[in-house]
Write a protein that binds this ligand. Sequence first.
Ligand SMILES: NC(=O)c1ccc[n+]([C@@H]2O[C@H](COP(=O)([O-])OP(=O)(O)OC[C@H]3O[C@@H](n4cnc5c(N)ncnc54)[C@H](O)[C@@H]3O)[C@@H](O)[C@H]2O)c1
Length: 330
Amino acid sequence: MPENNLNIAIIGSGKWGMNHVKTASFLLGPTNVTVCDTFPGAKVKVDEVSKEIKFTHDLNEIINNNSIAGVIVATPAETHFEVTEKLLLGGKHVLVEKPITLISHEAAKLIEIAEVKSLTLMVGHVLLFHPAIIKLKQLIDEGKIGELQYIYSNRLNLGTIRSEENSLWSFAPHDISIIQYLCGNDPISVYAKGADLVQSGIEDTTLTYLAYPNNVHAHIFVSWLHPFKEQRLVVIGEKGMFVFEDSLKTEKLKFYKKGFLVVNGSVEKFESEYEVVSFENTQPLAEEHKHFYNCIINNTKPLTDGPHALEVLKILEKATESIKSIIKNY
Ligand SMILES: NC(=O)c1ccc[n+]([C@@H]2O[C@H](COP(=O)([O-])OP(=O)(O)OC[C@H]3O[C@@H](n4cnc5c(N)ncnc54)[C@H](O)[C@@H]3O)[C@@H](O)[C@H]2O)c1
Protein backbone atom coordinates (compact mmCIF):
# COMPACT_ATOMS: atom_id res chain seq x y z
CA MET A 1 0.00 0.00 0.00
CA PRO A 2 1.61 3.35 -0.97
CA GLU A 3 1.83 5.92 1.84
CA ASN A 4 -0.65 8.24 0.12
CA ASN A 5 -3.36 5.57 0.44
CA LEU A 6 -2.76 5.16 4.15
CA ASN A 7 -5.38 6.60 6.50
CA ILE A 8 -4.24 7.35 10.02
CA ALA A 9 -6.10 8.48 13.14
CA ILE A 10 -4.70 10.33 16.13
CA ILE A 11 -6.34 9.92 19.52
CA GLY A 12 -5.64 12.89 21.78
CA SER A 13 -4.88 16.33 20.32
CA GLY A 14 -3.32 17.91 23.41
CA LYS A 15 0.11 19.55 23.70
CA TRP A 16 2.07 16.62 22.23
CA GLY A 17 -0.76 15.07 20.21
CA MET A 18 -0.96 18.21 18.05
CA ASN A 19 2.63 17.53 16.91
CA HIS A 20 1.40 14.14 15.67
CA VAL A 21 -1.56 15.81 13.94
CA LYS A 22 0.71 18.30 12.13
CA THR A 23 3.25 15.60 11.19
CA ALA A 24 0.64 13.14 9.86
CA SER A 25 -1.16 15.91 7.96
CA PHE A 26 2.14 17.04 6.38
CA LEU A 27 3.32 13.53 5.45
CA LEU A 28 0.04 11.91 4.36
CA GLY A 29 -2.10 14.91 3.48
CA PRO A 30 -4.91 16.28 5.69
CA THR A 31 -7.66 14.24 4.03
CA ASN A 32 -5.93 11.01 5.16
CA VAL A 33 -5.98 12.07 8.83
CA THR A 34 -8.77 11.76 11.41
CA VAL A 35 -8.47 13.12 14.95
CA CYS A 36 -10.39 11.92 18.00
CA ASP A 37 -10.42 13.87 21.27
CA THR A 38 -13.00 13.80 24.05
CA PHE A 39 -12.44 17.47 24.98
CA PRO A 40 -15.38 19.51 23.60
CA GLY A 41 -13.21 22.38 22.30
CA ALA A 42 -10.50 20.22 20.73
CA LYS A 43 -11.64 20.59 17.09
CA VAL A 44 -10.69 24.30 17.00
CA LYS A 45 -6.94 23.61 17.24
CA VAL A 46 -7.18 20.79 14.68
CA ASP A 47 -9.04 23.07 12.23
CA GLU A 48 -6.17 25.56 12.55
CA VAL A 49 -3.85 22.93 11.02
CA SER A 50 -6.32 22.11 8.23
CA LYS A 51 -10.10 22.11 7.94
CA GLU A 52 -9.74 18.99 5.75
CA ILE A 53 -8.70 16.89 8.77
CA LYS A 54 -11.69 14.85 9.94
CA PHE A 55 -12.63 15.08 13.63
CA THR A 56 -14.69 13.00 16.07
CA HIS A 57 -15.22 12.80 19.83
CA ASP A 58 -16.06 9.07 19.62
CA LEU A 59 -13.32 6.41 19.61
CA ASN A 60 -15.80 3.83 18.23
CA GLU A 61 -16.04 5.83 15.01
CA ILE A 62 -12.30 5.26 14.52
CA ILE A 63 -12.54 1.55 15.40
CA ASN A 64 -15.48 1.01 13.04
CA ASN A 65 -13.91 2.90 10.15
CA ASN A 66 -12.36 0.19 7.97
CA SER A 67 -10.41 2.68 5.89
CA ILE A 68 -8.26 3.66 8.90
CA ALA A 69 -5.30 1.25 9.14
CA GLY A 70 -3.15 2.81 11.85
CA VAL A 71 -3.84 4.82 14.98
CA ILE A 72 -1.55 7.02 17.07
CA VAL A 73 -2.47 7.22 20.76
CA ALA A 74 -1.41 10.51 22.38
CA THR A 75 -3.77 10.55 25.36
CA PRO A 76 -2.51 10.77 28.99
CA ALA A 77 -0.44 7.76 30.07
CA GLU A 78 -3.10 6.38 32.44
CA THR A 79 -5.45 5.85 29.44
CA HIS A 80 -2.88 4.16 27.16
CA PHE A 81 -3.81 0.60 28.12
CA GLU A 82 -7.57 0.98 27.76
CA VAL A 83 -7.45 2.93 24.48
CA THR A 84 -4.71 0.79 22.88
CA GLU A 85 -6.39 -2.48 23.87
CA LYS A 86 -9.67 -1.35 22.25
CA LEU A 87 -7.86 -0.33 19.07
CA LEU A 88 -5.86 -3.56 18.78
CA LEU A 89 -8.96 -5.67 19.43
CA GLY A 90 -10.65 -3.60 16.73
CA GLY A 91 -7.91 -4.63 14.27
CA LYS A 92 -5.90 -1.38 14.15
CA HIS A 93 -2.11 -1.04 14.00
CA VAL A 94 -1.09 1.20 16.92
CA LEU A 95 1.68 3.67 17.72
CA VAL A 96 1.15 4.52 21.39
CA GLU A 97 3.02 7.31 23.11
CA LYS A 98 5.53 6.55 25.85
CA PRO A 99 5.22 5.10 28.44
CA ILE A 100 3.40 2.18 26.76
CA THR A 101 1.26 1.70 29.91
CA LEU A 102 1.75 2.40 33.62
CA ILE A 103 1.91 -1.29 34.66
CA SER A 104 4.12 -3.89 32.99
CA HIS A 105 1.57 -6.74 32.99
CA GLU A 106 -0.78 -4.47 30.99
CA ALA A 107 2.00 -3.77 28.49
CA ALA A 108 2.62 -7.53 28.21
CA LYS A 109 -1.09 -8.01 27.45
CA LEU A 110 -0.98 -5.44 24.64
CA ILE A 111 2.09 -7.17 23.16
CA GLU A 112 0.24 -10.50 23.24
CA ILE A 113 -2.89 -9.09 21.55
CA ALA A 114 -0.79 -7.45 18.81
CA GLU A 115 1.09 -10.72 18.23
CA VAL A 116 -2.04 -12.88 18.09
CA LYS A 117 -3.72 -10.47 15.68
CA SER A 118 -0.51 -9.86 13.63
CA LEU A 119 -0.74 -6.10 14.18
CA THR A 120 2.01 -3.51 14.56
CA LEU A 121 2.44 -2.25 18.11
CA MET A 122 4.96 0.57 18.18
CA VAL A 123 5.79 2.94 21.06
CA GLY A 124 6.74 6.62 20.76
CA HIS A 125 10.32 6.44 22.00
CA VAL A 126 11.02 9.23 19.55
CA LEU A 127 14.70 9.78 20.36
CA LEU A 128 15.61 6.47 18.72
CA PHE A 129 14.63 8.30 15.50
CA HIS A 130 16.91 11.25 16.26
CA PRO A 131 19.62 11.37 13.56
CA ALA A 132 22.36 11.98 16.19
CA ILE A 133 21.35 8.88 18.17
CA ILE A 134 21.23 6.84 14.95
CA LYS A 135 24.76 8.10 14.08
CA LEU A 136 25.99 7.38 17.62
CA LYS A 137 24.68 3.81 17.48
CA GLN A 138 26.26 3.27 14.06
CA LEU A 139 29.68 4.54 15.27
CA ILE A 140 29.52 2.43 18.45
CA ASP A 141 28.63 -0.68 16.42
CA GLU A 142 31.54 0.07 14.06
CA GLY A 143 33.90 0.03 17.07
CA LYS A 144 34.85 3.75 17.08
CA ILE A 145 35.09 3.82 20.90
CA GLY A 146 35.79 0.13 21.48
CA GLU A 147 33.95 -1.65 24.27
CA LEU A 148 31.30 0.45 26.02
CA GLN A 149 32.17 1.35 29.62
CA TYR A 150 29.89 4.11 30.98
CA ILE A 151 26.88 6.09 29.73
CA TYR A 152 25.18 8.98 31.47
CA SER A 153 22.31 11.25 30.58
CA ASN A 154 21.32 14.59 32.10
CA ARG A 155 17.83 15.86 31.19
CA LEU A 156 17.44 19.04 33.21
CA ASN A 157 15.43 22.24 33.02
CA LEU A 158 13.18 24.59 34.95
CA GLY A 159 10.51 22.78 32.99
CA THR A 160 6.83 21.91 33.16
CA ILE A 161 6.12 20.67 36.65
CA ARG A 162 3.57 17.82 36.72
CA SER A 163 1.34 16.59 39.52
CA GLU A 164 0.23 13.28 37.94
CA GLU A 165 3.78 11.89 37.55
CA ASN A 166 7.29 12.58 38.85
CA SER A 167 10.35 13.68 36.85
CA LEU A 168 11.43 10.04 36.43
CA TRP A 169 8.25 9.01 34.58
CA SER A 170 8.06 12.31 32.72
CA PHE A 171 11.62 12.47 31.34
CA ALA A 172 13.60 9.27 31.96
CA PRO A 173 11.70 7.00 29.49
CA HIS A 174 13.68 8.77 26.74
CA ASP A 175 17.02 8.18 28.43
CA ILE A 176 16.28 4.57 29.39
CA SER A 177 15.20 3.86 25.82
CA ILE A 178 18.43 5.38 24.41
CA ILE A 179 20.69 3.56 26.90
CA GLN A 180 18.94 0.23 26.22
CA TYR A 181 19.37 0.82 22.48
CA LEU A 182 23.05 1.74 22.74
CA CYS A 183 23.88 -1.14 25.13
CA GLY A 184 21.78 -3.68 23.21
CA ASN A 185 21.19 -5.39 26.52
CA ASP A 186 18.97 -5.41 29.62
CA PRO A 187 20.36 -4.20 32.97
CA ILE A 188 21.31 -6.59 35.72
CA SER A 189 20.55 -4.05 38.45
CA VAL A 190 18.61 -0.80 38.86
CA TYR A 191 18.97 1.57 41.80
CA ALA A 192 17.42 5.03 42.13
CA LYS A 193 16.97 7.93 44.55
CA GLY A 194 14.81 11.02 44.29
CA ALA A 195 13.96 14.27 46.06
CA ASP A 196 10.41 15.65 46.39
CA LEU A 197 11.08 19.33 47.07
CA VAL A 198 8.16 21.23 45.50
CA GLN A 199 5.23 18.78 45.86
CA SER A 200 5.16 16.12 48.55
CA GLY A 201 5.56 12.59 47.16
CA ILE A 202 6.34 13.76 43.59
CA GLU A 203 10.07 13.69 42.94
CA ASP A 204 11.35 16.77 41.11
CA THR A 205 14.81 15.27 40.77
CA THR A 206 15.79 11.62 40.37
CA LEU A 207 19.07 9.82 39.88
CA THR A 208 18.88 6.28 38.49
CA TYR A 209 21.84 3.95 38.35
CA LEU A 210 21.90 0.98 35.96
CA ALA A 211 24.45 -1.83 35.78
CA TYR A 212 24.67 -3.88 32.57
CA PRO A 213 26.46 -7.14 31.75
CA ASN A 214 30.16 -6.91 30.72
CA ASN A 215 30.92 -4.22 33.34
CA VAL A 216 28.93 -1.50 31.51
CA HIS A 217 27.42 1.12 33.84
CA ALA A 218 25.01 4.02 33.35
CA HIS A 219 23.22 6.74 35.25
CA ILE A 220 20.32 9.04 34.43
CA PHE A 221 19.85 12.41 36.16
CA VAL A 222 16.51 14.10 35.44
CA SER A 223 15.03 17.21 37.01
CA TRP A 224 12.50 19.97 36.33
CA LEU A 225 14.01 21.97 39.22
CA HIS A 226 17.19 23.20 37.55
CA PRO A 227 18.36 26.71 36.57
CA PHE A 228 18.98 25.99 32.86
CA LYS A 229 18.15 23.49 30.15
CA GLU A 230 20.65 20.71 29.67
CA GLN A 231 20.20 17.60 27.56
CA ARG A 232 23.56 15.90 27.66
CA LEU A 233 24.38 12.30 26.84
CA VAL A 234 27.94 11.08 27.46
CA VAL A 235 29.08 7.71 26.16
CA ILE A 236 32.45 6.43 27.32
CA GLY A 237 34.28 3.56 25.68
CA GLU A 238 37.75 2.10 26.00
CA LYS A 239 39.03 3.92 22.86
CA GLY A 240 37.17 7.24 23.09
CA MET A 241 34.10 9.15 24.17
CA PHE A 242 31.03 10.78 22.60
CA VAL A 243 29.09 13.74 23.92
CA PHE A 244 25.65 14.54 22.48
CA GLU A 245 24.14 17.84 23.64
CA ASP A 246 20.75 18.36 22.02
CA SER A 247 20.30 21.59 23.99
CA LEU A 248 23.17 23.22 22.00
CA LYS A 249 22.53 25.13 18.77
CA THR A 250 25.67 23.83 17.00
CA GLU A 251 28.31 21.11 17.49
CA LYS A 252 25.72 18.83 19.09
CA LEU A 253 27.67 15.60 18.67
CA LYS A 254 31.38 15.41 19.51
CA PHE A 255 33.97 12.65 19.58
CA TYR A 256 36.82 12.84 22.10
CA LYS A 257 39.79 10.53 21.59
CA LYS A 258 40.50 10.38 25.31
CA GLY A 259 40.93 7.68 27.89
CA PHE A 260 43.41 5.42 29.61
CA LEU A 261 45.45 2.51 28.30
CA VAL A 262 47.16 -0.11 30.41
CA VAL A 263 50.62 -0.66 28.87
CA ASN A 264 52.92 -3.26 30.49
CA GLY A 265 51.02 -2.94 33.77
CA SER A 266 51.14 0.86 33.93
CA VAL A 267 48.16 3.16 33.23
CA GLU A 268 48.75 5.76 30.51
CA LYS A 269 46.42 8.62 29.62
CA PHE A 270 45.69 9.53 25.98
CA GLU A 271 43.88 12.69 24.91
CA SER A 272 43.41 14.97 21.91
CA GLU A 273 41.10 17.77 20.71
CA TYR A 274 37.49 16.85 20.06
CA GLU A 275 36.08 16.29 16.56
CA VAL A 276 32.57 17.41 15.64
CA VAL A 277 30.53 14.52 14.23
CA SER A 278 28.00 15.44 11.55
CA PHE A 279 24.67 13.70 11.20
CA GLU A 280 21.66 13.87 8.90
CA ASN A 281 19.28 16.79 9.16
CA THR A 282 16.05 14.86 9.73
CA GLN A 283 13.17 15.51 12.11
CA PRO A 284 12.76 12.70 14.71
CA LEU A 285 8.94 12.77 14.88
CA ALA A 286 8.61 12.70 11.08
CA GLU A 287 11.04 9.75 10.97
CA GLU A 288 9.02 7.99 13.70
CA HIS A 289 5.84 8.45 11.61
CA LYS A 290 7.49 7.18 8.42
CA HIS A 291 8.76 4.13 10.33
CA PHE A 292 5.23 3.41 11.63
CA TYR A 293 3.70 3.78 8.15
CA ASN A 294 6.37 1.46 6.69
CA CYS A 295 5.78 -1.16 9.39
CA ILE A 296 2.06 -1.15 8.52
CA ILE A 297 2.62 -1.25 4.76
CA ASN A 298 5.44 -3.83 4.75
CA ASN A 299 4.39 -5.80 7.84
CA THR A 300 7.81 -5.29 9.51
CA LYS A 301 8.80 -5.15 13.18
CA PRO A 302 9.19 -1.63 14.60
CA LEU A 303 12.47 -0.53 16.16
CA THR A 304 10.59 0.75 19.21
CA ASP A 305 8.37 -2.30 19.51
CA GLY A 306 6.33 -3.57 22.47
CA PRO A 307 9.18 -5.59 24.05
CA HIS A 308 11.53 -2.56 23.91
CA ALA A 309 8.89 -0.40 25.61
CA LEU A 310 8.09 -3.13 28.15
CA GLU A 311 11.75 -3.27 29.23
CA VAL A 312 11.79 0.54 29.58
CA LEU A 313 8.65 0.26 31.73
CA LYS A 314 10.15 -2.51 33.92
CA ILE A 315 13.18 -0.29 34.55
CA LEU A 316 10.87 2.61 35.50
CA GLU A 317 9.02 0.29 37.88
CA LYS A 318 12.26 -0.96 39.47
CA ALA A 319 13.58 2.60 39.81
CA THR A 320 10.28 3.68 41.43
CA GLU A 321 10.44 0.78 43.90
CA SER A 322 14.00 1.80 44.75
CA ILE A 323 13.08 5.51 45.18
CA LYS A 324 10.16 4.66 47.47
CA SER A 325 12.17 2.26 49.64
CA ILE A 326 13.73 3.91 52.67
CA ILE A 327 17.26 2.70 53.14
CA LYS A 328 18.96 3.54 56.40
CA ASN A 329 22.59 2.69 55.98
CA TYR A 330 24.25 4.84 58.61
N1 LIG B 1 7.43 11.37 22.87
C1 LIG B 1 7.57 12.51 23.51
O1 LIG B 1 8.61 13.17 23.45
C2 LIG B 1 6.42 13.03 24.33
C3 LIG B 1 6.41 14.37 24.75
C4 LIG B 1 5.32 14.82 25.49
C5 LIG B 1 4.28 13.95 25.80
N2 LIG B 1 4.34 12.65 25.38
C6 LIG B 1 3.25 11.71 25.71
O2 LIG B 1 2.11 12.06 24.92
C7 LIG B 1 0.91 11.78 25.65
C8 LIG B 1 0.04 13.03 25.67
O3 LIG B 1 0.71 14.06 26.35
P1 LIG B 1 0.21 15.58 26.24
O4 LIG B 1 1.22 16.39 26.96
O5 LIG B 1 -0.15 15.91 24.83
O6 LIG B 1 -1.13 15.50 27.13
P2 LIG B 1 -2.35 16.54 27.15
O7 LIG B 1 -2.99 16.38 28.48
O8 LIG B 1 -1.90 17.89 26.71
O9 LIG B 1 -3.36 16.01 26.02
C9 LIG B 1 -4.07 14.81 26.12
C10 LIG B 1 -5.32 14.93 25.22
O10 LIG B 1 -5.96 13.66 25.20
C11 LIG B 1 -7.37 13.87 25.29
N3 LIG B 1 -7.97 12.64 25.83
C12 LIG B 1 -7.85 12.15 27.09
N4 LIG B 1 -8.45 10.94 27.18
C13 LIG B 1 -8.95 10.67 25.93
C14 LIG B 1 -9.65 9.57 25.37
N5 LIG B 1 -9.94 8.49 26.09
N6 LIG B 1 -9.99 9.63 24.06
C15 LIG B 1 -9.70 10.72 23.30
N7 LIG B 1 -9.04 11.79 23.78
C16 LIG B 1 -8.66 11.76 25.08
C17 LIG B 1 -7.53 15.09 26.19
O11 LIG B 1 -8.77 15.73 25.97
C18 LIG B 1 -6.34 15.96 25.72
O12 LIG B 1 -6.69 16.82 24.66
C19 LIG B 1 1.35 11.29 27.03
O13 LIG B 1 1.36 9.90 27.04
C20 LIG B 1 2.79 11.79 27.16
O14 LIG B 1 3.59 10.95 27.96
C21 LIG B 1 5.37 12.19 24.64
